[in-house]
Design a binder for this molecule. Structure first.
Ligand code: DAH
Length: 344
C-alpha cells in the first residue's frame, strides 16, 4: 500500500475512534471526506503518478474511503447510543421514591350523627325540610308566640343582621316555613336539621353555633301519645333498645302542653354518674303539642288538625353517643379529634 494512503488511513481511523461527540465526529468526516478533505486530495494527486501505478492507487484510495465511511458510521451509531443512554439515565423516573400520602378523610361526627338520626326518622315516615339560617324576627319569634318584649326572648339572645333579621336561635321557625311549603296538604311529617346561633358564654357544653333537629307532625288525629311513641322509638334506635325516656312538664310558648324529654343515662344506664349529675337521666329535647296559633301561622286550621313538635340538640346527642365531653371539639378543626372518626 502506498505510504501516504497508509498514513491517512491510520490518522483517520484513530481520530474517528477518539471522537467524543457527534460534533467532533462530523469535524473528522469533513477533514477526510469533505470536498477539500484529505481523501479527495489524495485522489487529485493521481495525475502525478506513473500511468501503471494509477489504477492500483485509485483502487486503494477508494477502499480507504469505504473503510473510513464504515468507521464513521459505526462510530456515529455508538455515539448516538451513548447520547440516548445518557438521557435515559438522566431522565429516569425514580419509582422507588415514596409517593405523596393522602390522609383518608372522615365524616364529621355531627354529620354522622345527623345521618343516623335522619335515617331513623325516615323509617317513621318523616322527610327532611331544610329551612334557613338567617331568619326574620317575625318567624324566629312572633309566629311562635314570642311577641316583642316576651321574656322567652331573654333566653335566646342572638346576632342581629338588621333591626328585623337575625341568625335563627332555634330550628322551630322551620315548623312554620315547612307547614307553609305544604300549602295545606296532610299529613305534615318532617324534621328540620341545621345550625342555630346564640349569644351564649362558651364552655364545655355551650357554643355560639350549635345544631338542632326539629320535628313536626300535623294531621287530623295526632295526639300526645304519638309524640311519646315517636320520641321513644327514636331514643331506642339511636342510643340502644335498653334506653328509657321520661317526659317532664315544661313550658314553651309555641307548644301547649309542653315537656322536656329525658333519656336514661347512656353511660350509667340510669344508676347515676357524673355525666347525668347522679340523676340517671339526661335532658335531650323540648317537645309538646303544637300551639293552635302556630298551626294557624302555618296555614292550617287548629279546629281541624293537631300536631306535635320536638327539638333535639344534635351536638348533645352526638356527644352522648360518641362519649365526647366538650362541645368545642366539634368546632376546633383538631385532626387528633376528627381522625378518631375515620372508618367508623
Ligand atoms: N326551640 C326550642 C329551643 O330551642 C326547643 C323546642 C321545644 C322545640 C319544644 C320544639 C318544641 O319543637 O316543641 O329551646
Amino acid at each position: 500500500m502506498d505510504d501516504r494512503i497508509r498514513a491517512v488511513k491510520e490518522k483517520a481511523l484513530e481520530q474517528i475512534e477518539r471522537a467524543q461527540s457527534l460534533g467532533e465526529l462530523e469535524a473528522v468526516r469533513v477533514r477526510y471526506l469533505g470536498r477539500k478533505g484529505e481523501i479527495p486530495l489524495l485522489l487529485k494527486t493521481i495525475g502525478t503518478l506513473p500511468p501503471e501505478e494509477r489504477p492500483s492507487f485509485g483502487a486503494e484510495v477508494n477502499s480507504l474511503r469505504e473503510r473510513v465511511e464504515q468507521a464513521l458510521e459505526r462510530k456515529r451509531q455508538e455515539l448516538e447510543r451513548q447520547v440516548i443512554e445518557a438521557r435515559v439515565t438522566e431522565e429516569k423516573v425514580d419509582t422507588s421514591l415514596p409517593g405523596q400520602y393522602f390522609e383518608p378523610g372522615a365524616l364529621h361526627p355531627l354529620t354522622r350523627a345527623l345521618r343516623d338520626i335522619i335515617g331513623i326518622f325516615y323509617g317513621m315516615g318523616f322527610t327532611v325540610y331544610e329551612s334557613r339560617e338567617t331568619e326574620t324576627d317575625e318567624m324566629n319569634f312572633v309566629k311562635l308566640n314570642i311577641a316583642p318584649g316576651h321574656p322567652a326572648r331573654d333566653m335566646q339572645e342572638t346576632f342581629y343582621l338588621t333591626e328585623s333579621t337575625l341568625l335563627r336561635t332555634h330550628t322551630s321557625p322551620g315548623q312554620v316555613r315547612g307547614m307553609l311549603s305544604m300549602a295545606g296538604e296532610l299529613p305534615v311529617r318532617f324534621v328540620v336539621p341545621g345550625r342555630v346561633y346564640r349569644r351564649d358564654p362558651t364552655d364545655a357544653s355551650h357554643h355560639p353555633v350549635f345544631h338542632q333537629v326539629e320535628g313536626l307532625a300535623v294531621d287530623t288525629d295526632v295526639s300526645f301519645c304519638d309524640l311519646r311513641g315517636v320520641v321513644m322509638s327514636f331514643a331506642k334506635r339511636f342510643f340502644g333498645e335498653e334506653t328509657r325516656i321520661r317526659l317532664r312538664p315544661s313550658y314553651f310558648p309555641f307548644t301547649e302542653p309542653s315537656c322536656e324529654v329525658d333519656v336514661s343515662c347512656v353511660l350509667c344506664k340510669g344508676k347515676g354518674c357524673s355525666v347525668c349529675g347522679n340523676s340517671g337521666w339526661l335532658e335531650v329535647a323540648g317537645a309538646g303539642m303544637v300551639h293552635p296559633n302556630v298551626i294557624r301561622n302555618g296555614g292550617y286550621d287548629p279546629e281541624r288538625v293537631t300536631g306535635f313538635a320536638f327539638g333535639f340538640g344534635l351536638d348533645r346527642l352526638a356527644m352522648l353517643k360518641y362519649g365526647i365531653d366538650d362541645i368545642r371539639l366539634f368546632y376546633s378543626n383538631d385532626k387528633r379529634f376528627l381522625s378518631q372518626f375515620r372508618g367508623f
